[in-house]
Design a protein. Structure first.
Length: 159
């Protein structure tokens, strides 16, 4: 699987620059969503479901967007390998609704690489009280794999 992810990462880096569909925050549920091809729309729906779950304080719902596999990788301030390691990282860093705050994804740019893999880049904003850890924001790039359970994140690089 590591070889597949490395090959995929190199493929993404070498992928010709084509203007992807950009999905501004204000249009996520509106008219722009309707203009996305179905495959890209299905990928974006994974992130929107994660956003809804996070904002309800539903960590299990949020992490269900990731592939439950030992090969799943999260890269942020720490590296987490495997689904269980990634879930443990989230549980440690966001132990309750106050530390989770309110999550918003924006500037989503989905791109289907083939029938099995897709990428999404975007930005996130996390609004929290000072007691909850304060606000945070950044950017991310994801690689998703189409599984029997739908599109699942297999590589998450968030900064």
């Amino acid at each position: 699987m590591r070889r597949i992810l490395l090959t995929l990462a190199l493929t993404v880096a070498a992928f010709p620059v084509v203007a992807p569909h950009r999905l501004p925050a204000q249009d996520r549920e509106g008219s722009q969503m309707k203009t996305l091809p179905q495959g890209e729309l299905d990928v974006v729906k994974v992130l929107l479901a994660q956003e809804r779950a996070w904002n309800k304080g539903d960590m299990a719902g949020f992490t269900s967007g990731y592939k439950n596999s030992p090969d799943t990788v999260f890269m942020g301030s720490e590296l987490a390998r495997g689904y269980d390691g990634m879930v443990a990282r989230y549980a440690k860093n966001y132990p309750n609704k106050e530390t989770m705050g309110r999550l918003t994804f924006s500037d989503l740019e989905p791109r289907l690489l083939d029938e099995r893999f897709a990428t999404v880049t975007g930005a996130f904003q996390l609004e929290r009280s000072k007691k909850g850890g304060g606000n945070a924001n950044g950017i991310f790039s994801l690689v998703l794999e189409k599984t029997a359970d739908g599109w699942k994140i297999v590589l998450d690089h968030t900064s």
